[in-house]
Unconditional design. Structure first.
Length: 76
């Protein structure tokens, strides 16, 4: 078993996709943001699942933007 990366909807608890690499997961984020805007990241979190069963949070919601080279919206 290999390390995988998955997205979880924080509101519903539903799994939103599993990717074999961090690069592929982040490519999906980039596509979603380009197609649907940053609102698509609301309630979305990215986790790393390791073969030993450990699950590590990577980023959630707007924290995902810097990982794809985008700036989060300024807070007012």
């Amino acid at each position: 078993m290999k390390t995988t990366y998955h997205f979880l909807d924080l509101d519903s608890g539903n799994l939103q996709g599993i990717y074999p690499s961090l690069l592929e997961a982040l490519q999906a984020v980039r596509e979603w943001v380009e197609r649907d805007g940053v609102e698509t990241l609301t309630d979305l979190a990215l986790y790393e699942s390791r073969p030993n069963g450990d699950i590590r949070p990577i980023a959630q919601e707007q924290e995902l933007l810097p990982l794809i080279g985008k700036q989060p919206a300024a807070r007012s």
